[in-house]
Ligand binder design. Structure first.
Ligand SMILES: Nc1ncnc2c1ncn2[C@@H]1O[C@H](COP(=O)(O)OP(=O)(O)OP(=O)(O)O)[C@@H](O)[C@H]1O
Length: 270
């Protein structure tokens, strides 16, 4: 019996003629932090969206937080809607572009889900929202509208909103890529704290230093498949594949030790 919180088997997804995911197998254990890296267009966002069925794979099997989904199979609309709702309730998602409701304050944004979906009574929802805003360091912004928040503050509200559904897993799609560099640290710190608390997370990011600190495992994708997976110490110091080395040279020169050799004769280069 597996203990994995997320288990993907043979995931395939195409948009028209473009095959974006070409048979991905990946499992994430409870409490594990997996960082997804890879070149632009390699399918990272699509894979994360397939995990919580925001995108339905064409083929394969998704198991997440106790819900199982055989893709590419016809099913009745009611059963499908029920399954989707269960998956959404058990997984939080944080996007690049915050996706906050502009007409709601920070607190209202955080408690919208618990009130609408979990039917939490008003006072309980408010107290949960206040606790979560405090957790992300924004207790003093509870009545502020998104237009008056910095990008980093908006993203921290978005994280509090994801946590408000008390998810078993949180998926992050490049949570800092829409932020000015000086605002990255405050968002990454909140994610570091969640990792320390044992939250199961999948994080798409190009932030190599952060990945090194926070990841239990780094999964590297290229061309719609997983090319390499390793603990950060191995991934950054002795990446096995030339494709990974090229990527690291590109995104962060300092991430790769200068003594890492180029591809050896006879080495598998895919
Ligand atoms: N809804 C869609 N319709 C058509 N093509 C799409 C759609 N979503 C993604 N794609 C295409 O699929 C490919 C993979 O996109 P995806 O966003 O998953 O890559 P990524 O690895 O996350 O890239 P990046 O690092 O640039 O965000 C890209 O070529 C993209 O244009």
């Amino acid at each position: 019996m597996t203990t994995a919180t997320i288990e993907l088997t043979g995931i395939r997804k195409a948009f028209g003629d473009l095959e974006v995911l070409r048979g991905v197998d990946l499992s994430v254990e409870r409490g594990e932090v997996v960082v997804l890296m890879g070149p632009s267009g390699s399918g990272k966002t699509t894979l994360v969206r397939c995990m919580n069925l925001l995108e339905e794979p064409d083929a394969g099997h998704v198991r997440i937080c106790g819900c199982a989904f055989q893709c590419g199979v016809r099913r009745d609309r009611r059963g499908r809607a029920r399954l989707m709702q269960q998956v959404r309730q058990r997984t939080g998602m944080v996007f690049q572009q915050f996706n906050l409701f502009p007409h709601m304050t920070a607190l209202e944004n955080v408690i919208e889900g618990p009130r609408q979906v979990r039917r939490l009574p008003g006072a309980e929802a408010v107290s949960l929202g206040e606790r979560l805003l405090d957790r992300v360091g924004l207790a003093d912004k509870r009545d502020v509208y998104p237009s008056r928040l910095s990008g980093g503050q908006k993203q921290r509200v978005a994280i509090a909103r994801a946590l408000a559904m008390e998810p078993q897993v949180v998926l992050f799609d490049e949570p800092t890529s829409a932020l000015d560099p000086e605002l990255h640290a405050e968002v990454l710190q909140v994610i570091r704290e969640l990792a320390a608390d044992g939250m199961t997370m999948v994080i798409v990011t190009h932030e190599t230093h952060f990945a090194r600190d926070v990841a239990d495992r780094i999964v590297f994708m290229d061309g719609g498949v997983v090319v390499e997976e390793a603990a950060p110490e191995t991934f950054f110091t002795t990446p096995a594949k030339e494709r990974v080395r090229s990527f690291l040279r590109l995104v962060d020169h300092s991430a790769l030790p200068t003594d890492v050799p180029a591809a050896q004769v006879g080495e598998e280069v895919i």
